[in-house]
Design a protein around this ligand. Structure first.
Ligand code: ADP
Length: 469
């Protein structure tokens, strides 16, 4: 079966790439070596020819009758040496000396010999020759002298070198590939081990972690990243479990109340006025249920990023005044006063409805959780490139250990009290989502008087810093 390259394991891919790159490098290296060796051999041959030329000059001697004769080489017999030759011609082309080996080479005339000796390669009699041709002066007379050596030995040596290179190359590549494969396997073994360990971590065993053998090497860092991801996953799972349990509980309570009222109504016959009251109570619970489900749906749309923001430039002071005006009745019921301190022209670019809802929820909480008659202070200002709305009350405040979770869905510090006050436990979750969707942050701190201070910070529209009002 054919395995596509991309499906092969990293180990095989690494080995493959390693072998390819190594082969290319070795081919380049072998070619360069071969060229260098050939050049060196040729230089040696030329040096030998040069020596031959000089000694041949010594063998030319004048005779008393004015001729020039070849006195022969004492070291080798030119007639029997197949690889070397020396030839001499007189200026008029007469052969003075000629060796057997070079008999196949063409004669050279004085005119073509040139003053400077020159090297030449040629093929003659089926063999390759290297020659050095020049003129030599014997007793004031020029003669043409050519020394030659067969290139066959050199070619044989070169082909031996080539053979070693060509045969050795695949062997080296196979051995290196094998070494590369073993190295890659050794290097990647910890990743396989990591995969086996990570596979052990399932939804039911999210608390388990992969082992980190050495946290400073690459595998250690990868294991740490995987463990971080598991930790985040575990925390998300926990949140989801808690949320599902809380949501079921919140939905069950009004349903139980409705059922209770219904059952009580069926047990004995009542007056029409009593039935009306019972139906009214049921509708109240249904309203509560509807609000809860609607809010949950909106939050889940927000989580999925399905909400379209209608951003516009808003005067934050004006928007906050609108919010406090709409909540004035609730504050009056509890004999609370809401003071507003607002800088002029603090404007943000945000979705009006969402931002209004966030501020409403925070101010509404201030009213709900502050004691009767306690004042609530709202301030609007610019801080650097942020627009800030602060709502400070004189209620119980939020203990430090609850500040992280206060914005979680269904989280309540005092469950009974919040329910009595009509809270669903989703007000701050909605506020957080609404503020963050508009690019801001919501935080809570302790006020100087002990109450809670909720701070909503949003980017200032146009990033300008208005003057203080
Ligand atoms: P709820 O509908 O219960 O008010 P929220 O999400 O608005 O839900 O608030 C979550 C919880 O945070 C509340 O149940 C309450 O315990 C606490 N909380 C919110 N605002 C304040 C505040 N201004 N002072 C004290 N506690 C607060």
């Amino acid at each position: 079966m054919k395995v596509p390259w991309s499906a092969a394991s990293i180990r095989v891919q690494l080995t493959g790439w390693y072998a390819v790159v190594l082969s290319l490098m070795l081919v380049v290296y072998a070619t360069a070596t071969f060229i260098a060796v050939r050049h060196e051999f040729q230089e040696q041959l030329d040096d030998q020819l040069h020596d031959d030329f000089e000694s041949a000059e010594g063998f030319l001697a004048p005779t008393p009758d004015g001729r020039i004769v070849w006195t022969g080489d004492r070291r080798h017999d030119p007639d029997n040496d197949e690889d070397r030759g020396s030839d001499v011609w007189s200026p008029n082309g007469d052969q003075i000396g000629r060796s057997g080996a070079s008999a196949t080479l063409p004669p050279v005339a004085l005119a073509t010999a040139g003053a400077q000796p020159h090297y030449e390669s040629m093929v003659a009699g089926g063999r390759r020759w290297r020659t050095l041709t020049g003129t030599a002066l014997v007793n004031g007379r020029s003669v043409v002298l050519r020394v030659s050596r067969s290139e066959e030995r050199l070619r044989e040596q070169l082909s031996e070198v080539l053979e070693v290179l060509v045969l050795g190359l695949p062997l080296v590549i196979i051995l290196a590939g094998l070494g590369g494969y073993l190295l890659a396997r050794r290097a990647l073994a910890p990743i396989d081990h990591l995969a086996v360990e990570a596979r052990r971590v399932t939804a039911e065993r999210l608390h388990e972690r992969v082992s980190v053998p050495n946290q400073h090497d690459e595998i250690g860092r990868l294991a740490a990243v995987i463990n971080d991801a598991f930790a985040r996953l575990e925390s998300s799972f926990d949140k989801l479990r808690r949320f599902t349990a809380d949501a079921s509980h919140e939905l069950r309570t009004p349903l139980a109340v409705i059922r209770g009222i219904g059952e009580a109504g069926l047990v004995e016959t009542r007056t029409p006025a009593e039935y009306k009251e019972a139906i009214g109570s049921m509708l109240e619970e249904i309203d509560r249920l509807t609000t809860l489900v609607d809010t949950l749906l909106r939050l889940s749309h927000g989580d999925a990023g399905n909400v379209h923001l209608a951003r516009e430039s808003l005067d934050l002071g004006q928007l906050t005044r609108e919010v406090t005006a709409s909540l004035a009745v609730l504050a009056e019921e509890r004999r609370q006063s809401i003071s507003i301190q607002s800088a002029e022209g603090v404007s943000v670019s945000a979705d009006r409805l969402l931002l209004r809802e966030a501020i409403t929820n925070v101010v509404d909480n201030g009213i709900k959780y502050s004691p009767v008659g306690a004042p609530i202070a709202v301030s609007i200002r610019a801080d650097g490139n942020r627009a800030v709305v602060e709502v400070a009350d004189q209620g119980p405040g939020i203990a430090a250990e609850h500040r992280e979770r206060i914005f979680d869905r269904f989280f309540r510090v005092d469950t009974a009290r919040s329910r009595d006050a009509g809270g669903t436990g989703l007000g701050l979750a909605i506020a957080k989502w609404a503020v963050e969707a508009n690019g801001g942050q919501i935080t809570v701190e302790s006020g100087t008087g002990g109450g809670a201070v909720f701070r909503i910070a949003l980017p200032l529209a146009g990033g300008t810093k208005p003057g203080r009002g």
